[in-house]
Design a protein. Structure first.
Length: 220
């Protein structure tokens, strides 16, 4: 079935936050401040451009010290790697914003939507849950409703950001005779030749060229 962003956005906007909150209460949750969701190589946090800007403002760090493009197999004919998202930088295998005790977030007030809603997420209009030590604990009506509203906001934001990204994306030629183009409803990519150290990031705000740990040309 072809992806229809307008329909997906309408469905997301129509989600009943109170019903969602009831499901959250049935599951139960309380953050244990254990920091497990911030540690380990598998715990990558995808962030939107506006979230990176918020963290830059909160910390005074440079953009590329806050976030980086994840590894990608989308390589163009010049050997440039292409990526379509940002993830939080890591240090020693952990989120770089995890405090010295490995339990406290040092940017708690500016943390991304993914962090604010963990371990919950919505997939296909259904509430899903990731592994977490805090599951099964009592949660208040107020807190569950707050969490449900942020979950709904996160889903709406994901769709809106995706629409803006692909409205700007113009495609690129892969490192073979194949051409990577924007195809509505299709997300498959062909693997090209190994990269040359340059990464091109496509996001909802534009296209950015990175060489090493520096932007080449304009910056977000």
């Amino acid at each position: 079935m072809e992806y229809d962003p307008g329909l997906e956005l309408s469905r997301a906007q129509g989600l009943d936050a109170e019903k969602l909150a009831g499901e959250i209460r049935d599951i139960g949750f309380e953050c244990r401040r254990c920091g497990e969701c911030c540690r380990g190589e598998d715990e990558h946090v995808a962030v939107f451009p506006f979230e990176v800007r918020a963290l830059v403002g909160a910390t005074g760090l440079k953009w590329l010290d806050v976030a980086a493009p994840p590894e990608s197999q989308d390589i163009d004919m010049e050997g440039n790697m292409h990526s379509f998202e940002w993830v939080l930088r890591r240090a020693n295998g952990n989120c770089r914003f995890l405090g010295c005790g490995c339990k406290e977030c040092t940017v708690y007030g500016a943390r991304p939507l993914l962090c604010r809603t963990y371990p919950f997420f919505i997939d296909g209009e259904r509430l899903q849950v990731s592994k977490c030590r805090g599951l099964g604990s009592p949660i208040s009506v107020e807190r569950s409703l707050e969490l449900a509203q942020v979950l709904k906001l996160r889903l709406i934001t994901e769709i809106e950001e995706t629409v803006r990204l692909f409205s700007r994306f113009r495609g690129f030629r892969m490192g073979s005779r194949n051409q990577c183009v924007k195809e509505r409803g299709k997300g498959s990519w062909r693997v090209g030749r190994p990269g040359n150290g340059t990464c091109i990031v496509h996001d909802s705000a534009g296209t950015w060229v990175i060489r090493g740990r520096e932007f080449a040309g304009r910056q977000p």
